[in-house]
Design a binder for this molecule. Structure first.
Ligand code: SAM
Length: 441
């Protein structure tokens, strides 16, 4: 979401006549896009503001702005924490940045905009600002209505707002015409997608608006379509049916579970029990296509006992995730969990983190090793940062695959036979497409 926000901000700024530069040394304005999901990310921004100012001691008129979730949540307090900040730009003010810069340039000392989106705000992102010429992020829903007790997102990004399907489909077609091979439909909870109007979904069936959208986007014929993040309570089995019907809907589902203990899930206000989650993933696991499953887990949530933690260990072992994003609970002021008394000591959180990481590593090693000898369809995205002789990309099951290849293949979807498994990636050899009999995922 942060990458997509930066792309959108850059598009608007360029349209208003600004040029974007790579280095602080060349800038007249520096904008820091921020995340507040965990405390560490939030703290980083203040360190970064200091670094930016220190890099340009002679440029008195350098304007510094903070945008994104920290800006939205802290508002005016950002100016108190860091008096050298000129602009605080909330999460829904992305389309007004150029006018905020103008106000600061005209001498306004502390420019603040925490307002809502305008009626006619544009989601358009120029291809020049996209993070990749081959893979594009398309936001389909903003905000969150779930109010999980640990999470700051509903406060930093506001309520859920779904983008009209016609707009999404037009964007997909435009990207397809530009040669993009892969798109990611993104949002805090993509499967809670509920647009105000049906336009664009007519003729596409599905148990939920999201399932209909998946089918509508698949019908464009864009080669690879991924989506993230799904919310367990809203995960309808028809999502898997849509994937099975459409080869261009990729073989990957990201479904954050957060904990394996019913007691903790209740305290987290997730709205699902362990058994509900396991029922949801059963359809994923039993799909006729082999679908990769990934998840998020928080350890050390307030009041998490050793027994609760062991429930998480057993759930993670049972789910056999292709990969897992593991987080130590981070207290977020303003969320209900921040008021919970029974906190888990930092040392214990670290111990649990390491124990769960070990369990996941072992399971992942087995899964990754099982890919050796299989052929994967890989989008060659760029040269590997480790070796100039290698290209790197993702499989349809969203695994990083590195293979020996030349840069003229960038942007191509190629077949790679996996020859080695690493902890978080696969290594393989490019093969002649016509020589492939069976293509795995
Ligand atoms: N909307 C998705 C959901 O709740 O299923 C996830 C969105 S959240 C931005 C990404 C992940 O950050 C969460 O799944 C959770 O594991 C982690 N996270 C959120 N708040 C956290 C906190 N206070 N401490 C630690 N991790 C947190």
């Amino acid at each position: 979401m942060n990458v997509a926000d930066s792309e959108r901000a850059a598009t608007g700024l360029r349209a208003s006549g600004y040029d974007l530069c790579e280095s602080v040394d060349d800038a007249d304005v520096v904008l820091l896009n921020t995340c507040s999901v965990r405390e560490k990310a939030e703290r980083k921004v203040y360190t970064r503001i200091g670094e930016v100012r220190a890099a340009r001691p002679d440029k008195q008129d350098l304007l510094v702005g903070v945008m994104g979730c920290v800006a939205q949540l802290e508002g005016k307090a950002v100016f108190e924490h860091a008096s050298s900040v000129n602009m605080v730009i909330g999460t829904r003010a992305t389309d007004r940045i150029s006018s905020l810069i103008e106000r600061a340039r005209d001498g306004e000392r502390k420019v603040l905009d925490l307002g809502e989106r305008g009626e006619h705000d544009s989601w358009d992102v120029s291809p020049v600002e996209r993070h990749s010429p081959h893979v594009a992020f398309i936001p389909i829903i903003e905000g969150c209505n779930k109010f999980c007790s640990f999470c700051i997102v509903p406060y930093s990004r506001g309520r859920e707002r779904s983008r009209p399907a016609t707009e999404i489909i037009t964007e997909v077609k435009r990207l397809q015409a530009l040669g993009y091979k892969e798109i990611h439909l993104i949002g805090q909870n993509v499967n809670s997608y509920r647009p105000r109007v049906e336009d664009g979904l007519e003729g596409f069936s599905g148990a939920t608006p999201f399932c209909r959208l998946l089918r509508a986007v698949a019908a464009t014929g864009l080669p690879r379509i991924k989506f993230t993040t799904s919310f367990p309570r809203d995960f309808h089995p028809d999502i898997v049916a849509a994937i099975e019907e459409n080869p261009n809907l990729c073989d990957w589902v990201h479904l954050p579970v957060q904990s394996g203990s019913d007691r903790i899930l209740k305290l987290m206000r997730r709205g699902h029990k362990r058994s509900d989650y396991l029922a949801r993933i059963e359809r994923v696991k039993n799909s006729k296509r082999r679908l990769a499953l990934t998840s998020d887990v928080i350890v050390g949530f307030p009041g998490e006992t050793e027994e609760d933690f062991q429930d998480t260990i057993s759930l993670v072992s049972q789910c056999e995730y292709d990969s897992l994003y593991l987080f130590k609970y981070s207290k977020r002021a303003g969320t209900p969990a921040a008021e919970f008394r029974e906190t888990v000591p930092e040392k214990e959180k670290t111990a649990r983190f390491l124990e769960l990481e070990k369990v996941q590593r072992a399971a992942q090693e087995k899964i990754y090793t099982s890919y050796v000898g299989r052929t994967l369809s890989v989008l060659a995205e760029r040269q590997s940062s480790r070796s100039e002789a290698d290209l790197t990309g993702h499989s349809t099951c969203h695994k990083v695959v590195n293979f020996s290849g030349t840069r003229n293949l960038e942007g191509e979807i190629v077949d790679v036979i996996v020859t080695a498994a690493k902890t978080n990636s696969l290594y393989g050899t490019l093969i002649n497409r016509s020589a492939v009999g069976v293509r795995g995922t």
